[in-house]
Unconditional design. Structure first.
Length: 350
């Protein structure tokens, strides 16, 4: 069924891309993650080019892909931000524009060699012909040290701590949670071995005993308000608090963490491709990418940015490389197995 849906979708995409993609509108439509693109970059780009930027947000890759599929003929979006394990499917389905790197200035020349992004890209987009790395990070765990203290295990088994029962959350995302459990147990995150998957399931259920819930939306605000003490996910709390208030939070990559690279890509159906190229070239200039570090506080993929910024990353590139692994796309068989395990976990009551 999935293969049939993709075949239908590919046919629709071919039809939608057969016409002219040119459009004289002085507009750019970005579809991305919340907090992802700094307001200052957008404002400065609009001032320099006169192009009006419209931005809308999604909270997971499936939502983004579904939206592109539904509106593939409309060309409503000119830039999207897919994660690495979704990019191969998007390429195979004709969703993404093959990049004209001559329109991207020195973007690829300026990438930090120590992150080995070209080598990593072999997993999902060899040669980076359809995507530009943007956010290099690992899904981690945030701890409120005012509540928990400074003496805690830096592994996923922090969720076994019954002292904080009901004040902890994990992502409501089977790929992330199952992948973390598998890697923590020493297995690949794309395992289809049923014994390994059942072992991962039991590990997750032991964590879930102490969780308030699985949640992908409110963890940052919940940490900021003091409702939650320990959360698995992204460093959202640092976007909710400022100054000394942020000092009480620690974000770390646990053993077995899932590395993620969210990228910038141009949909094949984009109606404003020239504007998209202009924005991406502008965004990745080192003097502008400093704003990305200031907002996201992730290790910068553009060299020289961290040295020239007063803001330092929440977590170092070295910790990400040591503690996490980048996941590839799941094939249909493996995805069905993982979905089944996740359904069983969620039906257990969390």
């Amino acid at each position: 069924m999935k293969k049939l849906l993709f075949a239908i979708f590919t046919f629709i995409m071919l039809l939608s891309c057969s016409g002219s993609s040119s459009n004289d509108e002085n507009v750019l439509n970005i579809y991305t993650w919340t907090y992802f693109v700094p307001d200052k970059v957008i404002e400065d780009f609009e001032k320099e080019t006169g192009i009006k930027v419209n931005i809308s947000y999604y909270d997971n890759n499936d939502t983004m892909i579904a939206k592109l599929m539904i509106e593939s003929g409309e060309g409503d979006y000119d830039i999207v931000s897919p994660s690495t394990d979704y990019i191969p499917v998007m390429i195979q389905s004709g969703l993404l524009e093959k990049l004209d790197k001559s329109k991207l200035g020195k973007t690829f020349e300026n990438m930090d060699e120590k992150l080995n992004l070209m080598e990593i890209s072999k997993i999902y987009d060899e040669g980076l012909n359809y995507s530009i790395p943007y956010s290099f990070m690992a899904t981690g765990i945030t701890v409120n040290t005012e509540i928990v203290g400074n003496n805690f295990v830096k592994t996923p088994d922090i969720f076994l701590n019954e002292a904080f029962k009901g004040r902890m959350t994990m992502l409501d995302d089977g790929r992330e949670v199952i992948g973390l459990a598998l890697q923590y147990l020493g297995y690949p995150s794309d395992s289809k071995d049923i014994n390994q998957l059942n072992e991962a399931k039991e590990k997750i259920l032991s964590w879930a005993e102490n969780l308030a819930k699985f949640d992908s939306n409110a963890a940052g605000k919940g940490m900021a308000s003091g409702e939650f003490a320990i959360v698995h996910g992204y460093p959202d709390v640092f976007y909710e608090v400022e100054g000394e208030e942020a000092d009480k939070f620690v974000y770390f990559a646990p053993e077995g963490a899932m590395m993620y690279i969210d990228s910038m890509s141009i949909p094949a159906s984009s109606k404003h491709k020239d504007n998209a190229y202009k924005f991406l070239e502008f965004l990745y200039r080192p003097e502008n990418f400093i704003e990305v570090l200031n907002v996201l506080r992730n290790p910068s993929i553009i060299k020289g940015v961290e040295e020239n910024s007063e803001v330092k990353p929440i977590i170092s590139a070295e910790e990400i490389v040591q503690k996490s692994k980048l996941s590839g796309a799941l094939d249909d068989e493996t995805k069905e197995l993982h979905d089944k395990i996740w359904t069983e976990i969620k039906s257990s009551g969390k």
